[in-house]
Ligand binder design. Structure first.
Ligand code: PLP
Length: 452
C-alpha cells in the first residue's frame, strides 16, 4: 500500500510522466498506442470546438469524442443544468424522477413516427443490449438477430455479436444466432430474413465505425418495407448518427422512415454525463415490458439518474434552440465540397464521403510487403499516422474509425464555423502534400514508431 491514496488535486496537478506511470494500473497497452501517435497530451481546458494542452497549444477538435460532442465541449447550458441539481438525490430509484420523465417526454416529441417509451441506461452498448432484448420479448422470437457486415454496435457481448469486425469478436463467447448481411443491399436482407426466424434487424442509418459508409438512396425505405413484410423489429442505431449529426435530427429522417426501436447515447447528454437509451412505440413497449409484473424485467442501477437526465434535457434544448442540425447540414456541405477538391488533387486520398458533419476520408491501403515489419504497422495505423501529423503540425485532432483503420473521421461539434472547417481542410491538404505517396508517410511515421 502506498503512503496515501492519490487525490483529485494530485490528478489536477499531475505531470505527463505521473499520468503515464499511473496508467500502468489502467491499460498499459494504451500508453504505447497513444504515445506512438503523439496523442498522450495533458489537456487543461476544453470549450466548444477547442482544446488547450498544458504547453499552451490551442487545438481544434474534429474528433468530437467519438461523436459525443454534438453540442461541443462543456456547453455552458449543460454544465449549468448539472450544477442546478447537485443538491437533489442523484441515485434513488425509489421514486419517479421528474428529470427522467421530462427527458422521456422530450424524446417522444423529437423522435420520428410513434416512438413514445424510453428506457434509460449508461452507454451505447447497453442501449443496444436492451434494444435486442426488447425485440425478442415483443416478437416472442428468439431465432436470430440480423445485422450488417462491418457494423459497429458496441463491445459488450450482445452488442459485439451483432457487430461486423472479426478482429474484435474472435476468441469471445458471443451470441451465436446472428445473421450478417451486406450493408446497403436490400436483396441480401430479404435472403437473410428468409433463412431464419429473425426477431430484429439492427442497422446504422450511416455506418460510422465502418469508415462512414452512406447507403444507397432508398435503402432505409426498403429495409422498413422488408421488416414489415417479415414481422421483424427494425432497430435504427442512431447512437452516432442521431441528434443533428447528419444535418437532420435523426439520420433516418433523410428517407422519411421511422424504426420500431431506436438507440441513442453519445451526444444525448452533451458529452458531460454517461447516458444511453432505447426508445420504442407504446404498443411494442406494452408487449415486451408492459404492466406492473413486467416493469422490472429490464433494469439498470444508474439508468435515468438525475444528473445524466438533467444534462440530456439541456443538451436536447441546445440542439433544437441553436438549430445545430441546420448548421451541420450547411457546414457539412461546405466541408464535403472542399474535401472533394483534395480527393482530386492528392493520390493518397481514395475517397471522401459522408453526410452533414459525419465525414470520412479514406486513404489507399498500403499494399505489398516492401517495408517488412513496417508494412503490418502501416496497414493498421496509416490513418493514425496522418492524424498524428495533423495534430503535431497543424493542431487539428482527428482519429481513425474502429472498423476501418484507413479512414479518418471529421466529426466536429455541430456549431463549427466555416473558418474552422477551412483550418481542418488546410491541415489535411498540407499533411497530404508533405507526405506525397503513402509509403513516405508509412516510413516517416513508422520509423518514429519503431524508435519508441
Ligand atoms: C453506432 C454505434 N453504436 C453503438 C456504439 C457503442 O457505444 P458505447 O461506446 O457508448 O458503448 C457506438 C460507439 O462508437 C456506435 O458508433
Amino acid at each position: 500500500m502506498s503512503e496515501r491514496l492519490l487525490t483529485v488535486d494530485d490528478a489536477l496537478s499531475s505531470t505527463l510522466e505521473d499520468i503515464r506511470a499511473w496508467h500502468q494500473n489502467v491499460n498499459p497497452g494504451l500508453i504505447r498506442l497513444l504515445g506512438l501517435v503523439g496523442f498522450d497530451r495533458k489537456y487543461v481546458k476544453a470549450r466548444g470546438t477547442r482544446l488547450w494542452d498544458e504547453a499552451g497549444n490551442e487545438i481544434l477538435d474534429f474528433y468530437g469524442g467519438y461523436g459525443s460532442l454534438n453540442v461541443g465541449h462543456n456547453h455552458p447550458a449543460v454544465v449549468e443544468a448539472v450544477n442546478s441539481v447537485t443538491d437533489l438525490p442523484n441515485m434513488l430509484g425509489a421514486t419517479l424522477s421528474p428529470f427522467a420523465g421530462a427527458l422521456g417526454k422530450n424524446l417522444a416529441d423529437l423522435t420520428p413516427g410513434d416512438l413514445a417509451n424510453t428506457f434509460f441506461c449508461n452507454s451505447g452498448a447497453e442501449a443496444v443490449e436492451g434494444a435486442l432484448k426488447l425485440a425478442c420479448a415483443a416478437t416472442g422470437r428468439t431465432g436470430a438477430i440480423c445485422s450488417t457486415y462491418d457494423a459497429f454496435h458496441g463491445k459488450t457481448a450482445g452488442a459485439l455479436s451483432v457487430s461486423g469486425k472479426n478482429a474484435y469478436k474472435d476468441g469471445f463467447a458471443l451470441v451465436e444466432d446472428v445473421v450478417l448481411v451486406d450493408y446497403g443491399d436490400a436483396s441480401a436482407l430479404q435472403s437473410g430474413f428468409e433463412s431464419r426466424n429473425v426477431a430484429a434487424f439492427i442497422v446504422e442509418p450511416i455506418q460510422g465505425e465502418a469508415g462512414v459508409v452512406v447507403p444507397p438512396d432508398g435503402y432505409l425505405r426498403d429495409v422498413r418495407r422488408l421488416c414489415d413484410k417479415h414481422g421483424v423489429m427494425l432497430i435504427f442505431d442512431e447512437i452516432q448518427t442521431g441528434l443533428g449529426r447528419t444535418g437532420a435530427m435523426f439520420a433516418c429522417e433523410h428517407e422519411g422512415v421511422a424504426p420500431d426501436i431506436m438507440t441513442l447515447a453519445k451526444s444525448l447528454s452533451g458529452g458531460i454525463m454517461p447516458i444511453g437509451c432505447f426508445t420504442t412505440t407504446r404498443a411494442i413497449w406494452d408487449k415486451a415490458f408492459g404492466g406492473m409484473h413486467r416493469a422490472a424485467l429490464h433494469t439498470s442501477t444508474f439508468g435515468g439518474n438525475t444528473r445524466a437526465t438533467a444534462a440530456a434535457i439541456a443538451a436536447l434544448n441546445v440542439i433544437v434552440d441553436e438549430k445545430l442540425a441546420d448548421n451541420a447540414r450547411e457546414m457539412g456541405e461546405y466541408l464535403l465540397r472542399r474535401l472533394k477538391e483534395l480527393e482530386g488533387r492528392h493520390k493518397l486520398i481514395k475517397e471522401v464521403r459522408g453526410r452533414g458533419l459525419m465525414i470520412g476520408i479514406e486513404f489507399y491501403a498500403p499494399s505489398g510487403g516492401k517495408v517488412g515489419a513496417l508494412d503490418k504497422l502501416s496497414k493498421e495505423y496509416l490513418a493514425s499516422l496522418i492524424a498524428a501529423d495533423m495534430l503535431r503540425e497543424h493542431k487539428v485532432l482527428t482519429a481513425y474509425t474502429f472498423n476501418n483503420p484507413n479512414v479518418i473521421r471529421f466529426a466536429p461539434a455541430l456549431a463549427v464555423t466555416r473558418e474552422e472547417c477551412d483550418w481542418a481542410v488546410d491541415a489535411l491538404d498540407a499533411t497530404c502534400e508533405r507526405n506525397k505517396g503513402f509509403m513516405r508517410t508509412v516510413l516517416r511515421g513508422g520509423k518514429s514508431l519503431l524508435k519508441k
